[in-house]
Design a protein around this ligand. Structure first.
Ligand code: ATP
Ligand code: MG
Length: 391
């Protein structure tokens, strides 16, 4: 008899011949999420993944870590034993007795859900459910069968072995990180961009990140905050290669040579160009930003169009149709909110025009840029790119 964790995945089922590729990615990511759990072994089963050998005192930590692995639909701590119905019913009764103690009420609505995945097993699932239910009701007081609205469900599955469990925990969904290529996130210290990164990672995309700082106008604390955000994100996204680009010279030049009202949109175009160059060198196929329509002057449709025009790579904007409240909820779920709201300056807040243009015209912006040697400025910034892998 072993304690195990059963991991179920959803979308991977859809992937036909590519399935082993997705399953291997999931096993790899589960293994690294559990690297701090001594002795844990992760194996592929039929259409699921099993974690074996987790010690009782480490179980809660392991379950918490699995809650952050994209590609997991749901998971259950349970017990695996031989295909012996009587023994399995006893084990299940023990588990129900323990689970029953979490409820502070006289009778708990209860049911057994049985499955016969191994069709050679002689009992039908309805028979197993009824008989196991009888054993459990004899053993555990304060239960009342309720097939439609149970609050406590005991699960019994007959597969290659018997599997018993009482808890089904919701996973974060999505697809395993690393099975859908790589993208470069423009990571500021704000609320939005970390959420945007997590959402794209949820679709199986691994991340690099590019952060622009305006040292000495932005402080070491501001940079530390971004590193902390990358660390928090990495719990979901896996390791992130963080590129830190010093943006000060470009900002100063724009400040001196271009009309004030264009400063923000010009900065955005330079950021995109630099991020695209870094992304290409770092094997990324797309850029990711935390923009959403209309949130600030640089996120009107006109501004987004002029920003897009600066690069050829696809720009993914997963927050594009969301409002701040929805984004904030996700920031809380991903655990980045409290760090994002720390009050350190961002490079975009250092050189802000009083009246930024909200409906820029590409021809005006290009004319302003013609006064600059954009390529030299960009080359110089990229030369000083500082890279570190976080998480
Ligand atoms: P956020 O909360 O992510 O900072 P925001 O609402 O403040 O977003 P902007 O400051 O206009 O919006 O930035 C829009 C997007 O541009 C950000 O989501 C991010 O992807 C990118 N960005 C902004 N500032 C930086 C920066 N200093 N370094 C890297 N990317 C940045
Ligand atoms: Mg910002």
């Amino acid at each position: 008899m072993d304690n195990i964790i059963i991991i179920r995945y959803a979308e991977i089922h859809l992937k036909g011949l590519n399935r082993p590729f997705f399953e291997k990615a999931l096993v790899r990511n589960v293994t690294s999420a559990l690297c701090g759990i001594e002795g844990a072994v992760v194996r592929r089963g039929e259409s699921r993944v099993y974690v074996e050998n987790v010690k009782e005192e480490q179980l809660d930590r392991a379950l918490e870590a699995l809650g952050r692995v994209f590609g997991i639909h749901s998971y259950s701590p349970g017990v695996r034993l031989e295909q012996d119905f009587d023994a399995a019913s006893q084990v299940l009764a023990d588990m129900v007795a323990e689970e029953r103690e979490r409820f502070d009420k006289e009778t708990v609505p209860f049911r057994v859900e049985a499955r016969r995945a191994d069709k050679r097993f002689p009992m039908k699932s309805s028979q197993m459910a009824a008989q196991a239910g009888g054993v459990i009701l004899d053993r555990v007081p304060g239960l009342k069968v309720n097939l439609d609205h149970p609050e406590l469900t005991a699960y019994l599955e007959m597969r290659d072995k018997a599997y018993c469990y009482t808890r089904v925990l919701k996973g974060p969904g999505g697809m395993p990180v690393g099975c859908n290529g790589r993208a470069a996130l423009l990571l500021s210290g704000g609320i939005d961009s970390p959420v945007a990164g997590c959402m794209i990672a949820k679709r199986g995309v691994a991340l690099a990140a590019v952060h622009f700082e305006s040292f000495p106008y932005t402080s070491d604390k501001a940079l530390e905050k971004v590193q902390d955000l990358a660390k928090l994100m990495a719990r979901y996204t896996g390791p992130i290669r963080l590129h830190v680009v010093r943006f000060t010279d470009i900002q100063m030049t724009l400040y001196e040579k271009c009309p004030q009202e264009y400063l923000t949109i010009l900065m955005r175009r330079f950021m995109m160009r630099i991020a695209e160059r870094i992304a290409k060198n770092d094997r990324c196929l797309a850029l990711v930003t935390g923009e959403s329509v209309g949130q600030v002057a640089s996120q009107t449709l006109e501004s987004l169009a002029v920003t897009n025009d600066a690069v050829d790579m696809p720009v993914l904007r997963p927050l594009i149709g969301m409002d701040k409240l929805e984004i904030t909820e996700l920031a809380e779920r991903y655990g980045t909110f409290d760090t994002s709201i720390l009050p350190y300056e961002d490079c975009c807040t250092v050189f802000v025009p009083k009246h930024p243009v909200t409906k820029p015209r590409l021809c005006d912006i290009e004319r302003a840029e013609a006064a600059l040697d954009a390529q030299t400025l960009i080359d110089a910034a990229i030369d000083r790119d500082v890279v570190a892998t976080i998480g």
